[in-house]
Design a protein around this ligand. Structure first.
Ligand SMILES: [Fe+2]
Length: 284
């Protein structure tokens, strides 16, 4: 299929990627990697997602990989889920999708739990036709927790615990933790989850602002690259964040969006704590 061949991504067997939302990717075939966009942690922020997708479109990038947490926290989980279902060729399971499907684990704070309970109702329960609810449930359930494409691993959290483990900039100083995580890392891995973009190597953490927003694979023998968050950045910059990747070079991009519009939706929703809006303004 011409469209699939133009993806330029080496793919494993369909099952390896998780069923359901890998489109026509069927058999492994190696051709040069086309430019792709890697997005993560949209968290039901429709305005941020739209702005990031416009930016991706302006770069003429056709391949989009999503590292999970499409929903949770934000006011538009249905819209964001439907867009991601349509446009992404690969979606990794996030801990918020997992919480929608299976319930919140004990480490979820009360504000996050309340948002997930509302998200579950609006996505799967309240007035949602049975077939739509089933389709959404099956789609989320079919998201893989990690995969490897052309020698690069994709997870939501970490290569050791793909869905839930946080690897924060502060962890970079915890040599033992980093050593254990890197023992699970073959070479290069993209992740999200902490909403803080940057690169972890065994030498430490570097924020994109100290890299001119650019990192070349091969600079370190092994590295964990956080793509940042589209819909709830936490590095002090409220703009949506994602990366482009051509097989060698990672480029972080920041995209302004109508933050106040999203915040108003959160304030107007009694099921979502105002704090979830306040934090968007400050990028924390
Ligand atoms: Fe997240």
């Amino acid at each position: 299929m011409q469209a699939e061949e133009e993806t330029g991504i080496l793919l494993g067997e369909r099952g390896e990627l998780g069923a359901g939302h890998v489109g026509g990717w069927k058999r492994a075939h190696q051709i040069p990697t086309a430019m792709m966009a890697i997005i993560s942690d949209i968290h039901g922020n429709y305005e941020a997602l739209q702005a990031v997708l416009e930016d991706i479109d302006s770069l003429n990038i056709k391949q989009i990989v999503c590292l999970g947490d499409v929903v949770g926290y934000g006011p538009d989980p249905v819209e964001c889920l439907e867009i991601i279902q349509k446009i992404c060729r690969l979606v990794i399971l996030g801990n918020h999708e997992e919480a929608v499907l299976k319930g919140c684990p004990p480490n979820f704070n009360p504000k996050a739990k309340r948002a997930i309970d509302w998200t579950r109702r609006i996505l799967l329960e309240d007035g949602v036709p049975r077939d739509v609810s089933e389709q959404r449930r099956k789609w989320m359930d079919s998201c893989t927790t990690q995969t490897r494409i052309e020698g690069v691993t994709y997870v939501h959290g970490s290569p050791r615990e793909p869905t839930r483990e946080y690897v924060t900039p502060r962890d970079a100083m915890n040599k033992q933790k980093m050593k254990e995580i890197f023992a699970h890392l073959e070479d290069y891995c993209f992740c999200g989850h902490t909403h803080t973009p940057g690169v972890f190597s065994l030498d430490g953490f570097t924020h994109p602002s100290d890299l001119f927003d650019l990192y070349m694979l091969g600079t370190d023998e092994k590295c964990l690259i956080n793509v940042g968050s589209v819909g709830q950045p936490r590095d002090g910059d409220p703009r949506g964040c994602y990366v482009t990747f051509d097989g060698d070079t990672v480029l972080w991009r920041r995209v302004e969006y109508d933050v106040e519009k999203t915040i108003k939706k959160i304030y107007d929703n009694p099921e979502l704590d105002d704090f979830l809006g306040d934090r968007l303004r400050e990028g924390r």
